[in-house]
Ligand binder design. Structure first.
Ligand code: LMR
Length: 403
């Protein structure tokens, strides 16, 4: 019996990527995939960005070696990512107390953060919003954290219950880790106001909590600078925090697994010390990072011609998502589907949460070939002129069936 008996019992499919797999195996021609957060164009394809194609052309022309990269990535990548989040003239940057590390995607950044914190004796309690991205609880649990939750939206699901959120975090103990979504909250699409970010910053400071910001969608909400403004409220003089970023969505580099973990410490000396622990955490996990995705990102971010072209490509993706939001609300209202849909038009990022029952979600999949996550999280970036009507009809039918 060399394998444990539990290993012979199949694990449940992943809440998001498991659905993507089921969708691929679904033979129905009119199936609609709104599961994983993946951008598609009007034709339903996820194209490569033009700047990515050009960066790859340049990289191929100059490729000379496949030597190991530094454990924490190339400096040109690490500095470009740090400046993208904080701005090159930010005090945390110029003082040297913010250091970024290349990681395999945003998930890799979160896992490295979790390992770093557990291996250096941080609090074992981590607070996350309820609801949150389904991979958050399982990832931090696997790394050894005890999970506590803070409430997020009110009963409408369209506004943050600020008092409940702050009251819950007020119970956190000094040193506890607080996971926050930097922008484009997944799954609700509802983000804190600037005032709420300020109040969260005050609370974090008063209670001496450690924020870990998951910033997987910088530029998909209102813009690159605008979407980092919330977390800037936390970067106060001497304040410490961690930020995990992803370029899966914003460079459409899903398969390249490219992201970063940034540690902002009290001082440059502290940051350099923490960096040695970041590298130790990586070495026992995946040893050192893959090169290609990070080479693409640093080429684009550091090139005076490619950089603005990429920002324009990002802006076009953002505009399409906003158009999709408005088109969705119009489609639901035109069919007079009962529900409070209007707010979806002004929410941010890829996701909206419809607040469906498990039965309705199963009906959508089984009877209509429509794939949505959890309690009805939909990837708004997945709508096309071809599938929007199919989705709206299917939603209307499962809501009508529930009476
Ligand atoms: C999502 O939430 O759909 C994306 O972040 C993809 C993933 O890895 O789950």
């Amino acid at each position: 019996m060399p394998l444990p008996s539990l290993a012979r019992v199949p694990a449940p499919p992943d809440a998001i990527l498991g659905l993507a797999e089921a969708y691929r195996n679904d033979p129905r021609p009119n199936k609609v995939n709104l599961s994983a957060g993946v951008f598609v164009d009007e034709t339903g394809k996820t194209p490569m960005l033009k700047t990515v194609i050009e960066a790859e052309r340049r990289l191929a022309a100059s490729a000379a070696t496949k030597l190991y990269r530094p454990i924490d990535g190339e400096v040109a990548y690490r500095d470009a990512v740090r400046d993208l989040v904080l701005g090159g003239s930010h005090e945390a940057v110029t003082s040297g107390r913010a250091l970024a590390t290349q990681t395999p995607g945003g998930t890799g950044g979160l896992r490295v953060a979790a390992d770093l914190l557990r291996q250096t004796g941080a609090s074992e309690t981590l607070w996350m919003s309820e609801p949150t991205w389904p991979n958050h609880p399982q990832l931090f649990h696997a790394a050894g954290f005890k999970i506590r939750t803070y409430p997020y939206t009110d009963a409408t699901g369209r506004r943050i219950d600020e008092d409940a959120l702050l009251a819950a975090l007020g119970e956190a103990s000094p040193g506890d880790v607080v996971l926050l979504h930097g922008a484009c909250h997944n799954p609700t699409g509802v983000d804190p106001s600037p005032e709420l970010w300020r109040r969260i910053g005050d609370l974090v400071e008063e209670r001496r909590l450690l924020p870990l910001v998951d910033l997987a969608y910088q530029g998909f909400g209102d813009g690159l600078v605008e979407d980092a403004a919330g977390l800037h409220e936390l970067v106060r003089p001497g304040a410490e925090l961690l930020v995990s970023t992803s370029f899966s969505k914003t460079f459409s580099l899903y398969a390249e697994r490219v992201g970063a973990l940034m540690v902002i410490a009290r001082s440059a000396a502290d940051a350099n010390a923490v960096q040695t622990h970041v590298k130790a955490a990586i070495r026992v996990n995946y040893s050192n990072p893959p090169a290609h995705g990070a080479d693409i990102v640093r080429t684009i971010l550091n090139d005076p011609a490619l950089r603005p072209q990429w920002e324009a490509e990002l802006a076009a993706m953002r505009a399409r998502i906003k158009d999709n939001r408005r088109a969705l609300v119009a489609a639901l209202e035109a069919r007079r589907i009962p529900g409070d849909w209007g707010g979806i038009a002004t929410q941010r990022g890829m996701f909206a949460l419809l607040g469906l029952t498990a039965h309705q979600v199963a009906q959508l999949k089984e009877e209509h070939g429509v794939y949505v996550v959890g309690k009805g999280r939909i990837n708004v970036a997945g709508f096309t002129p071809d599938n929007l009507g199919t989705f709206a009809d299917a939603l209307g039918s499962v809501i009508a069936a529930a009476g």
